[in-house]
Design a protein around this ligand. Sequence first.
Ligand SMILES: CC(=O)N[C@H]1[C@@H](OP(=O)(O)OP(=O)(O)OC[C@H]2O[C@@H](n3ccc(=O)[nH]c3=O)[C@H](O)[C@@H]2O)O[C@H](CO)[C@@H](O)[C@@H]1O[C@H](C)C(=O)N[C@@H](C)C(=O)N[C@H](CCC(=O)O)C(=O)O
Ligand SMILES: Nc1ncnc2c1ncn2[C@@H]1O[C@H](COP(=O)(O)OP(=O)(O)OP(=O)(O)O)[C@@H](O)[C@H]1O
Ligand SMILES: N[C@H](CCC[C@H](N)C(=O)O)C(=O)O
Ligand SMILES: [Mg+2]
Length: 488
Amino acid sequence: MMKLRELLQPLRFEKIITNDNPEVTSLEMDSRQVKEGTVFFCVKGYTVDGHDYAKQAEERGAVAIIAERPLPVSIPVIVVSDTKRAMAKLACHFYQNPTEKMHVIGVTGTNGKTTVTHLLEKIMQGASKKTGLIGTMYTKIGEEKYETRNTTPESLTLQHLFKLMVDAGVECSMMEVSSHALHQGRVRGCDFDVAVFTNLTPDHLDYHDSIEAYLYAKGLLFAQMGNTFRDKVAVLNVDDPASLELSRMTTADVVTYGITGQADVMATNIEMNAAGTTFTLSAFGEEVTISMHLIGMFSVYNALAAATAALVSGVSLEGIKNSLELVKGVAGRFETVDSGQNFTVIVDYAHTSDSLENVLKTITGFAKKRIFAVVGCGGDRDRTKRPVMARIATKYADLAIFTSDNPRSEDPQQIIKEMVAGVEDGKYEVIVDREMAIKKAVNNAESGDIIIIAGKGHETYQILNDKTIHFDDRKVASQAIKERLTSC
Ligand SMILES: CC(=O)N[C@H]1[C@@H](OP(=O)(O)OP(=O)(O)OC[C@H]2O[C@@H](n3ccc(=O)[nH]c3=O)[C@H](O)[C@@H]2O)O[C@H](CO)[C@@H](O)[C@@H]1O[C@H](C)C(=O)N[C@@H](C)C(=O)N[C@H](CCC(=O)O)C(=O)O
Ligand SMILES: Nc1ncnc2c1ncn2[C@@H]1O[C@H](COP(=O)(O)OP(=O)(O)OP(=O)(O)O)[C@@H](O)[C@H]1O
Ligand SMILES: N[C@H](CCC[C@H](N)C(=O)O)C(=O)O
Ligand SMILES: [Mg+2]
């Protein structure tokens, strides 16, 4: 709680005309969440204009409104030039700059953010730190989970979550920082101690105008670490050419990791099989051998990214090894479904061309028989990845089954048509209904075959035009396997 005038103090260059000084109980940008004592921020969105909800906010008990123009309400309206900028600033002030009170690690990049933050969570917990985590699947404070709508929430939610973490005694917080969030300024005011870059490959080109614009958005995380030498560290993937550009955008110390290029933290002697991966991790003149359950070259990169961030955060190599070796996996990422069948079923969150190619290459490395790939592409998302993902699926799989993955407002048949346009060679079938597509793969698999069901991972829903239905690839696959086994 805070008085209005105190809340507005950080707005140094805005003209504030009000003599009122009510008690402020909360900050909201959604009129439907407004309560008695709320300060409501009017944000011009991609769908509607929050200024149109000022009256509703007043009726629900708002005590003041922050907006970009005067509004016909009887509570004070503070007119600012950019509501979102003011919102991030006031959120930090209202919640007492929580990120300055913890060690905060931000992770950005096209693929691997959820995995790296989860690996880091385990490593920091192994080092006896109380942890917080914000990302695609949930926000976690200690072991308690909170649902969030976006991978990286809007500043008001974000600062509130960080405040809850501080109150709960969290010492180290890991968060995924999406390019959308960076571009929209959702993380303004966050005091990142370490920023990690995983990789940059094409995605979200519906939102960002070009791959350069996409990279620029990612770069904001590193630029945002400030321009003074303050013990900040940028952890960059030396094997990804985008890292060079990112290093130019930051004044933080740069610590690199990699496999092929020369880096500060390296993985060598990599040996992989279907059960796990062993490699030598060397860093600053020391080395350890790590045997982890995660598989695939991309998992070695994720382990390196997490290990490097942990090292620069003060965790020992031995501690990192011990924690990484305990990790069984991350939900929905290369997660196997075992319901007593004699073939392998893997559910994975690959929803970009690069991630799909990575998982399929990994599977090809240990497949002894056929590979079935059940793949779809999201509606209202980057259309350029559709033909590429279909081409990759047919290149590596013996049979690709194209199906639906959250068609949202689009016609699922049309999405699949755009996928099919990319097929150059190889066998594919189209089964629009995802359940039927999974059943087809399960019913056709024989002993030793591998089915990869890609795109939805941990998701427990399918977003259709007019409704969202419950849908869990792991449950659907397990059910299909059981039905097949009982019918034999
Ligand atoms: C394109 C995009 O980023 N949209 C985000 C944006 O929504 P929007 O601009 O459409 O909001 P809007 O519906 O127009 O509403 C504008 C304002 O009016 C307010 N409003 C609206 C209705 C009402 O009755 N009363 C009211 O006050 C809203 O609360 C809001 O303040 O602001 C919302 C609130 O912060 C976000 O939840 C929403 O994310 C949507 C759900 C989304 O799908 N975003 C994706 C693209 C995204 O951000 N993804 C990244 C991850 C990507 C990745 O890692 O691969 C992420 O960080 O989640
Ligand atoms: N380092 C990596 N390089 C390439 N592909 C990866 C990497 N790590 C994971 N993947 C693939 O990407 C998928 C998504 O991984 P993860 O959820 O960790 O990424 P993310 O960056 O959090 O994705 P999102 O943008 O949806 O939040 C995995 O299921 C796997 O197929
Ligand atoms: N963070 C990603 C997740 C995509 C997951 C996939 N299942 C889809 O719906 O396209 C996005 O919102 O673009
Ligand atoms: Mg994620």
